[in-house]
Design a binder for this molecule. Sequence first.
Ligand SMILES: [Zn+2]
Length: 712
Amino acid sequence: MMKIKFLLFLLCIGFLSCSKLDKNKIIKYQITDQFFNIQFDILEHQIRVEDQLSFRAEKPTDSIHLLLNKQAKIVCISLDEAVLDYHFQNISKMDNYFQPTDSVKGEEYGNAAELTVYFGKKLDKGDIKITYHLTATDSVEKSAFSREYIAYQVKGYIGHKGVFLSPDYFWYPTLPSGFSNYRIEVSCPDSLHIITQGELTKNLIKNNKRYLEWQIRYPAEGLHLVGAKYDVQTSKYNEIDIYTFFFPETQELASSYLSACQRYLAMYEERIGPYPFKKFAVVENFFPTGYGMPSYTLLGSQVLRLPFIIYTSLGHEIAHNWWGNSVYVDYKSGNWCEGLTTYFADYLYKELSNPQEAATYRRDLARDFTVYVKATRDYPLYDFKERTESASRAIGYGKSAMVFHQLRKFIGDSLFGESFKDFYNNNKFQKASWSDIQHSVEKISQQNLDWFFEQWIQRAGAPTIRLLNKSFDQNILNIELAQDEPIYRLIIPIKILTSNGELSRTVELTQKRQSYVFPLEWTPHSIVVDPEFDLLRKLDRNEISPTLSELFAQDSVVVVLPDQCEKNKFEIYKNFLNMFIEGEDKFTVRSADKVDLNKSENLILLGTPAENSLFQKIKFLEQAEVKVDKTQIILNSEIKPKEQELVVLSLHDKNNENRNYAVILIGNKGKIGRVGYLLKHYGKYSFLVFTDGINTVKGVYEVKNSPLSVNF
Ligand SMILES: [Zn+2]
């Protein structure tokens, strides 16, 4: 799940050098403290804010420039009771202090305008008071949350449903970067709760109004305010307050969330170090999100109710309180925190569950990287900022998590654990980079790891390894491995099955081709290179079962309508299709007779073999689990689809390496429900069955012909 990042705040003062402003004359300043008094007017979709802002400049200055939402209505700005002049203008011109940069077309300040405050004298510090009103009416209906895609995001909403104010909305005066302490006093209708970072230091109700105070006593940046009509439940882990802010109809989930939070806090305190905040809250949102902010997580109602969230995403968001939300990311040199959090959460839970699940998870990361990260979409981890679609996710989460896995395999569990305790301890509430990680690991493991960080962080791509030769003669096993350019230094596990059991060995590959010799007492039956997928490498096509993600990763896909089915049934396929292609421009729809199989197009066939004539012209690669013949499809020895089923299979072409297929079959009484919309979230599967619109079967074909697994 996503962690909120503050990309807008990362464009540090350095970019001013490209402007007309004289760099030497720029006086740097920072906001050290902000004290907000905020009144909510829900009917007017408005907040009325009095912000007391303390600044400190490197030398005396007669003005400061701030960013504030361009719709803000400024009432008054004062300093020590004296009213100050100010200028409030949109950011578009070259004479702005905050210069839009070309690379992002000036959109980095989105909702902000530039507020210049004149002191009438020179000051190097001071407390100015800014009073303003601001409305927030983004549409929350459009919002969607997805593991794979990030599209429209709500930035500011105040209304009867609740409150959501993101730092990207610039709802308070701020600078592009820097840390401050905050105190926030809120008054709102007593039915509402307003939540943010820090600790709750006041919560009382008087005359139908609720008065709250939150205090943030650590260097923080990027403040969200969220709220709705919640029932609150609490518990404690040591001195840490744990809250659930859930809607009344979600209360039955509160106790399991509270106890899961306790477990995760205990687990990460032991693995990394003391939890950095005074509270942790799970907050239900009134529109779909999966955000992790410092000391709380904001999960949409639907997400919160998914049964697996408590075992996966909740832990991921809690782990972010160490990685990303207290050790901050220095985005200039790459976002390391998603990979590290994935490794310390999603991956770790698999490993704690069982080793086979962990190996499958690693294989899936390598597969996603192989399938999604085409050369044109590849870049080094040094350049990863945030995920936007499957390829950036496969790099910034998947490859990155595997880099940590390989590091751990190389230095060992204990030094790995110590290194990240050290990294946390030394970088809490500061920005940290990959080099800070390298620094801690080198210090703890007492070795130079330039080669490791160079090949994995500075380089795009991943190695490809091949088993070139093998022989066994006079009790000596000989194998030769090869890799493509550029050369990586790789520690490769090898499994040897002999007549007397299984042997595990590791070899180091540092050249293009390298041979290895193993004296063996017993005759080998087979060898498997990287049997548990401990390396992030590009997988061979034969190591990858066909999955839907291969199709979803393509730039263009042809969907073929059935040409031999009844009219009613045809309408069902059309309905499904309309859902499936909504908002996607890569799909072209054609009838079966308009498809030219000589072109290497990727195809999705709608209809059973009896309903779609194209089946008769295609030779699918056989999979053990599925058999396609002229009139029917058999999946795991059952004829599909049954009356109430919708079946999805992903298949490879026997004669064309570059072509991917999916076939979608609907039974005669099949209800499609929302499957058309949901299918893109099932990319990792080879086959799926939905019964009356609910997923009932899912799986991946077994790999039979891996070139890294050979028999003697
Ligand atoms: Zn995350």
